[in-house]
Design a protein around this ligand. Structure first.
Ligand code: SF4
Length: 247
């Protein structure tokens, strides 16, 4: 697994952005995350060592792109084509692009995109039902080979069944929000999406509790270091392949 941040900085566009970790982290070191700049890692996928080998080898597997920005950010339009060129060249890797801007997808893809590229997964986020109902029909209608959904921070109860029943969603990840101003996440919301995933055989990951976690109506303050481990320990993640092996 590798992380590739070709540019850094972003613009807040929806409720899920309110406590964006990129802004929080930049503020803590006196930086303004609203300033968007290309990074020194811009050409990481094609960078080579002295032996002429790619620095990212095929064994790195999945490359998570733009984790401190959004790949489809308008401010990055002039930088993106070269990124697609690099992605095209590295078919031995698998690129995972998470976005809140799926509505910009068609104006951002390269001319030879066709029905999508096998080694590229597009993951749309949806923090609430309103954003799910705006973004997910787009995600489903676009020419994409691999589609995933992330609801993190999850800000309310969400119903995703009608999107899952299409059979076009490969994975859903849910989780709460971290940080000092974190909004609460209710276990019931997590379990609702989980049960829909089980109904339609879609793998589900409960990634983190967030800092304020509600269980049986009681709010728990969870320290950062336990937010992921507690979610993992809950055993709520679901893998249909594993279930099959166990039956
Ligand atoms: S889109 Fe993502 S990176 Fe950009 S402001 Fe929103 S949460 Fe932060």
């Amino acid at each position: 697994m590798a992380i590739w941040n070709p540019w850094h900085g972003c613009r807040k566009i929806s409720p899920g952005c309110a406590n964006c970790y990129v802004y929080r982290r930049d503020e803590s070191i006196g930086k303004d995350a609203g300033i968007i700049t290309k990074t020194g890692d811009y050409d990481l996928p094609i960078r080579k060592n002295r032996q002429g080998e790619y620095k990212l080898s095929a064994t790195d597997g999945t490359v998570y792109a733009c984790m401190t920005s959004d790949f489809f950010l308008a401010e990055a339009d002039e930088w993106r084509q070269f990124c697609w060129n690099m992605i095209r060249e590295r078919k031995d890797l698998s690129f995972h692009i998470i976005t809140k801007r799926i509505d910009r997808f068609l104006q951002c893809i390269p001319p030879d995109w066709g029905d999508g590229w096998d080694h590229v997964t597009i993951c749309s986020t949806c923090e609430n039902q309103d954003r799910a109902d705006y973004r997910l029909p787009l995600l489903l209608s676009l020419p994409i080979k691999h589609r995933q959904i992330i609801s993190e921070p999850m800000l309310g109860e969400i119903t995703l069944g009608k999107y899952l029943q299409t059979g076009k969603i490969e994975h859903i990840t849910c989780g709460g929000e971290s940080g000092p101003n974190a909004r609460p996440c209710d276990l019931n919301w997590i379990l609702k999406v989980r049960s829909e995933c089980m109904q339609f055989g879609v793998p589900f990951t409960f990634k983190q509790t967030g800092a304020l976690f509600i269980k049986d109506g009681k709010t728990y303050h969870i320290e950062r270091k336990y937010q992921m481990s507690q979610a993992k320990k809950s055993g709520y993640s679901y893998d249909p392949k594993q279930e099959k092996r166990n039956t």
